[in-house]
Design a protein around this ligand. Structure first.
Ligand code: SAM
Length: 214
């Protein structure tokens, strides 16, 4: 067994265990849904949950629900009366995500939107202290521009897959649409004087951004 596999196992062995409903959701996603690897999973889920619990947001926006794993992790940090809005373009995923929102007991705090996030974001009249971008890599810059004014100064944004399987440092990959989308997003954030940011080298890379000015 490689050293990296041993280290990954050690990390999980020393991370709070996954709730039963999340474990079940992970397994059902692997059994029934195409591209199950898109699901955040135990380690990333715990990190999202921990970050959300540190921020204690009143409102969270997630772009890219998939089967609802990350939504459930993020929702744990909501303050009383808070809501998580999550947007998914694929209507066939709605029922599976909803099943686990109900099973977790958090369904009352989660609002599911079905459609293209670029059309839906402008219709949600809310301010979000925490935003999680995890949808189409080619559209990350669009989501960022659309959501920026909905984040108060001091609020946070997370974006998943910002290392894109290491392709961000492969010059030959820069011509692929999705790699280009990620490269443009990372540069957009890095050059935006209104934010501070850091890439967490977790899984496929998570960009953590704090808005510091309007
Ligand atoms: C990587 S998966 C999300 C995984 C999920 N956040 C998790 O961690 O379990 C990306 C999802 O974004 C959805 N998606 C892609 N483009 C979208 C768009 N323009 N608006 C809303 N959802 C979109 C896809 O259908 C897919 O289910």
């Amino acid at each position: 067994m490689s050293r990296q596999v041993l280290i990954d196992r050690y990390i999980l062995d020393h991370t709070s265990p996954e709730e039963d409903y999340l474990n079940e959701l992970d397994r059902e996603t692997h059994r029934k849904v195409l591209h199950p690897r898109m699901l955040s999973g135990h380690l990333q889920g715990q990190i999202l949950s921990m970050i959300s619990c540190m921020i204690r947001p009143k409102h969270i926006l997630e772009i890219g629900t998939f089967t609802g794993y990350s939504a459930l992790c993020l929702a744990k940090g909501l303050v009383g009366g808070g809501k998580l809005h999550t947007i998914e373009i694929d209507d066939e995923l709605h029922t599976l995500a909803q099943k686990y929102f109900l099973q977790s007991g958090m369904a009352n705090y989660i609002v599911q939107h079905t459609g293209d996030a670029r059309n839906i974001i402008p219709t949600i009249n809310e301010s979000f202290e925490l935003v999680f971008i995890d949808a189409d890599k080619r559209e990350y810059c669009d989501y960022y521009h659309l959501i920026f004014d909905h984040i108060p100064v001091g609020g946070f944004l997370l974006a998943d897959n910002v290392l894109w399987d290491g392709k961000v440092v492969e010059p030959e990959a820069a011509s692929e649409d999705q790699t280009r989308g990620i490269l443009e997003f990372n540069d957009l954030v890095q050059n935006d004087p209104r934010v501070r940011n850091v890439i967490l080298p977790v899984r496929d890379g998570i960009m953590l951004v704090q808005k510091v000015a309007e």
